[in-house]
Design a protein around this ligand. Structure first.
Ligand SMILES: [Zn+2]
Length: 151
């Protein structure tokens, strides 16, 4: 198995983020291979839940036409920004093994983005799954997408 770094996959998530209504991108990885990619489509789909992470999880379960609390066991979800409480909860419901994010919710609030001030880690700790959470990967690049005129 080829070993690829968190930064490698975060770069792919950053490219996805640029396609979104808002600059949030997500990539699902297993055994160092990209399985699925996605981005925020809340406006184009008129769907408040169409965050990058949820779009990826939804694509995954729908493609497999199955669902279980362990469907994403062994997978890592890369996301340019820390999952919001809704997406973090979906990660718990899917049993994803690892969440790797770029910018934190605190970083986003600091630049004036409207966010629910609750960490992904807080949701995961209250859940019932073993999920490793890693943050801060290419955080500045992820935040830079929010600068006016960047995308
Ligand atoms: Zn979310």
């Amino acid at each position: 198995m080829i070993h690829r770094t968190h930064e490698y996959f975060m770069q792919i998530a950053l490219e996805e983020a640029k396609k979104g209504d808002m600059p949030y991108g997500a990539v699902l990885v297993k055994d160092s291979e990209v399985i699925l990619k996605g981005y925020n489509t809340a406006q184009r789909d008129s769907d408040v839940s169409a965050h990058g992470e949820l779009n990826v999880l939804r694509q995954f379960t729908q493609a497999r036409k199955s669902y279980s609390l362990e469907i994403l066991k062994g997978y890592t979800l890369y996301t340019t920004c820390e999952p919001c409480p809704m997406c973090a909860a979906a990660c718990v419901w899917s049993g994803v093994s690892e969440i790797v994010f770029g910018a934190s919710t605190k970083d986003l609030i600091a630049i004036g983005s409207e966010q629910i001030d609750l960490t992904c880690e807080a949701i995961v700790q209250r859940g019932f799954q073993e999920i490793k959470v890693v943050g801060g990967i290419l955080a500045q690049d992820c935040l830079a997408l929010f600068e006016p005129g960047f995308t």
